[in-house]
Design a protein around this ligand. Structure first.
Ligand SMILES: Cc1ncc(COP(=O)(O)O)c(C=O)c1O
Length: 221
């Protein structure tokens, strides 16, 4: 039998879990805050929030940006179903584009698929190989001249789509915590990056996920 991505659980992990159980604080608390701080330092971003899975973390990002019915989200044709599921959960339409030889999203295919309904692009890192996120951000920036934000969207008094002024680039880095692109950590490239800490991932919390924020200046990070 060939084991599939067994979790690495050493004695320090067991002791840390035992300490947490004995402390009585077994939900989001000081340990989660410390974990978020470590993740942010490791990724070179100002803010990371820890959540219960990639799926819920990334869906939260779509909801914050008010993405829903009538909007399109570009995703790669080769990915795990969660990438498409979150788009459908919010009522938007997943638009599949082709991948390159390394199975990551083709930035030129993204350019061709973009239109006024495009509100978000989700590049997916595959098996630790990061997608061409910087190129995809450039494609989104080049299309900002005709980007049309949902004008009536109000989240806490602000409209994040208007503030960004282009399609959101939300990276699916479920497979790639710890990877780097041209010496820049995954997490510091897309506007928002989602990580998964599910049992088979390279860093695990059994189930879990996080969002790393790298939104440009007008955002209060
Ligand atoms: C590419 C990709 N995206 C998203 C997910 C979903 O992650 P989670 O189980 O943390 O919701 C997975 C899970 O395997 C995945 O492979």
């Amino acid at each position: 039998m060939i084991p599939f991505a067994p979790p690495r659980i050493d004695d320090r992990t067991i002791k840390a879990v035992t300490d947490a159980l004995k402390s009585g604080w077994i939900t989001t608390g000081p340990r989660t805050k410390a974990f978020e701080k470590h993740l942010a330092e490791y990724c070179g971003v100002e803010k990371v929030i820890a959540l219960n899975s990639w799926t819920n973390a990334a869906e939260l990002a779509l909801r914050w940006f008010g993405i829903g019915p009538g909007d399109e989200v570009i995703i790669p044709a080769y990915t795990y179903c969660a990438t498409a599921n979150i788009v459908m959960h919010v009522g938007a339409k997943p638009v599949l584009v082709d991948v390159l030889d390394d199975f990551t999203m083709d930035p030129e295919a993204v350019r061709k698929a973009m239109n006024q309904r495009t509100k978000c692009i989700i590049p997916v890192d595959i098996g630790g190989v990061p997608a061409r996120v910087a190129e995809i951000v450039r494609v989104a920036e080049e299309a900002c001249a005709w980007f049309t934000p949902a004008v009536n969207l109000r989240v806490g008094g602000a409209n994040p789509q208007m503030r960004l002024g282009r399609a959101l680039v939300l990276s699916d880095a479920a497979h790639s915590f710890g990877a780097r692109i041209h010496d820049k950590p995954v997490g510091a490239q897309a506007d928002i990056t989602g990580f998964s800490f599910h049992a088979v991932k390279n860093l695990t919390t059994a189930e879990g996920g996080a969002l790393a924020f790298n939104l440009p200046e007008p955002f209060d990070r």
